[in-house]
Design a protein around this ligand. Structure first.
Ligand code: GLY
Ligand code: MN
Ligand code: MN
Length: 489
């Protein structure tokens, strides 16, 4: 309640001052009236979520790395947008991976604690259970009140669904006051950070939480399939929206909005801000302003992914002719990027180096740029890492791990990721690109302002890889006929 928040040391001054500044006072009579007349809505026959069978195995792997240490992994807290208005909450990715709680269900301020017990750990979920109707919270607390933000699970419901021991979040500060060595995922919840002394292993905990997520289990790969399939439908929606996009001054916003609708209808959100880059905007790698026109004759580079309820996201790029037909110059650049992508994909198998697929795509691109007379040195010279001049036009690396985060497992050590080898169950993007800036005088004028990226999502298998995005056309003639069909609907 408000008094408790004002007196609490766990809230920042900004939060104390921002509480309900324009809310009207509540009379004692209303307060009493609000406590009465509510039915019992407790759900009593809940089964554990299917993910619980998998999260238990994830806990065991984490537990074995930190014997006798307590691990504290906050879901995170509210991020203020302004005054008493917050951004939409998204749980910390390691929390999501360890609990499996669907994104929209995670109550902000929840904390997962692995308590060392016996030979391993027991997982406790400290949460803010649904407020009983005999307090003011349910109708007055705009962050946790059910009449403001919707129903939350009771402790018994959470126990049944999530397969964890449940404790009240108000007990956490007391429970952390002992001598058990405790390692915190720091920086996610400013109320928890001061409760746990700094520990030299904090960075190692983050590294391990990234590395444990490198190889996806069956449940995760299935979630990736769902994310990719919804994303494919989002790309189809965008093609259908192109005639409208061409009519609007800021047609890129029509593209962004069409994809976003699909992401919200089928998933939790977009997994990252959509890149809707038409014309020369395609040469800006992360063009997210999306305030440009979508013109007949231009290419549209669309880099977008649906994040499903479990928070796994796709990361897909297609570069599409706005009017459905590639021009000669567009075709030439597109085909080169496609050839580079095929060369990259051909290297992917268990045991290959992570860097191999990038190298394979760069060989194709450097050779073509030399052949086209654009590269001022030979392809071989350019491919020497000490030289790398072709990178003026490719700019970024050819792919990354993908999962709950679009750039997944980023805190993994280099020998496990960048300098590591591919293993069965790795999920990654393969996304070569060529970006010929509009003001690049080293490029033939007909190629200036053309940017192409082709980005697909794959899972490494025993025999090579599975193309998760196989249902989204990539070949030039396939794209043209796919667009013709969608535009005729
Ligand atoms: N969408 C960001 C990336 O492709 O890495
Ligand atoms: Mn990517
Ligand atoms: Mn992308």
């Amino acid at each position: 309640d408000r008094g408790a928040i004002k007196n609490s040391t766990l809230f920042t001054m900004a939060e104390k001052l921002n509480i309900g500044s324009h809310d009207l006072p509540v009379s004692a009579a209303l307060n009493e009236f609000m406590k009465q007349g509510w039915a019992d809505t407790e759900e009593r026959d809940l089964a554990p979520l299917p993910v619980v069978a998998y999260t238990r195995k994830r806990w065991q792997r984490l537990s074995a790395l930190f014997p006798n240490k307590r691990l504290v992994i906050p879901a995170g807290t509210f991020k203020v947008r302004a005054n008493d208005t917050d951004f939409r909450f998204r749980a910390h990715s390691a929390f999501a991976w360890l609990t499996g709680i669907p994104g929209a269900e995670v109550v902000p301020d929840t904390v997962l604690v692995f308590e060392p017990e016996g030979n391993g750990h027991t997982a406790y979920l400290y949460l803010h259970p649904r407020s009983p109707r005999n307090t003011e919270e349910f109708f007055r607390d705009r962050r946790h009140g059910e009449l403001w933000v919707g129903r939350r699970p009771s402790a018994a419901e959470a126990h049944a669904k999530y397969g964890m021991q449940i404790r009240h979040i108000n007990d956490l500060a007391k429970d952390l006051k002992d001598d058990v060595e405790t390692i915190l995922v720091r920086g996610e919840d400013h109320k928890i950070d001061p409760l746990v002394p700094e520990n030299d292993d904090e960075w190692r905990l983050l590294q391990m939480l990234a590395e444990l997520r490198l190889i996806k289990d069956e449940f995760e790969i299935n979630e990736m399939r769902k994310a990719v399939d919804a994303t494919v439908r989002g790309f189809e929606d965008v093609v259908r929206a192109l005639p409208l996009a061409m009519k609007e001054e800021r047609g890129e916003r029509i593209v962004e909005g069409a994809f976003y609708t699909r992401a919200r209808v089928e998933g939790n959100d977009v997994g990252y801000d959509t890149i809707a880059a038409s014309g020369a905007h395609a040469c800006i790698l992360h063009w997210m302003r999306n305030d440009g026109a979508v013109r007949d004759g231009d290419l549209l580079l669309l880099d977008a992914g649906v994040e499903v309820e479990s928070l796994y996201t796709a990361d897909v790029t297609r570069t599409l002719p706005v009017n459905g037909q590639f021009s000669e110059a567009q075709r030439k650049v597109y085909q080169l990027v496609l050839d580079a992508q095929k060369a990259a994909l051909a290297t992917i198998k268990p045991g290959a180096k992570f860097r191999d697929f990038h190298r394979a795509s760069q060989i194709v691109i450097a050779n073509a740029l030399a052949e086209w007379g654009i590269l001022p040195v030979t392809a071989a010279e350019s491919l020497d890492p000490e030289c790398g001049l072709h990178r003026r036009w490719t700019l970024c690396s050819t792919g990354h791990m993908l999962g709950i985060d679009v750039h997944d497992c980023a805190k993994a050590r280099a020998d496990q990721y960048l300098d590591g080898i591919l293993e069965v169950g790795h999920v990654l993007t393969v996304e070569p690109g060529l970006y010929f800036q509009a003001d690049d005088e080293l490029i033939p004028s007909e190629l200036r302002g053309i940017g192409v990226r082709i980005e697909d999502d794959i899972v490494v298998t025993e025999n090579g890889y599975e193309l998760l995005t196989a249902n989204l056309p990539r070949e030039i003639d396939e794209i043209e006929s796919w667009m013709t069909r969608l535009l005729a609907e």
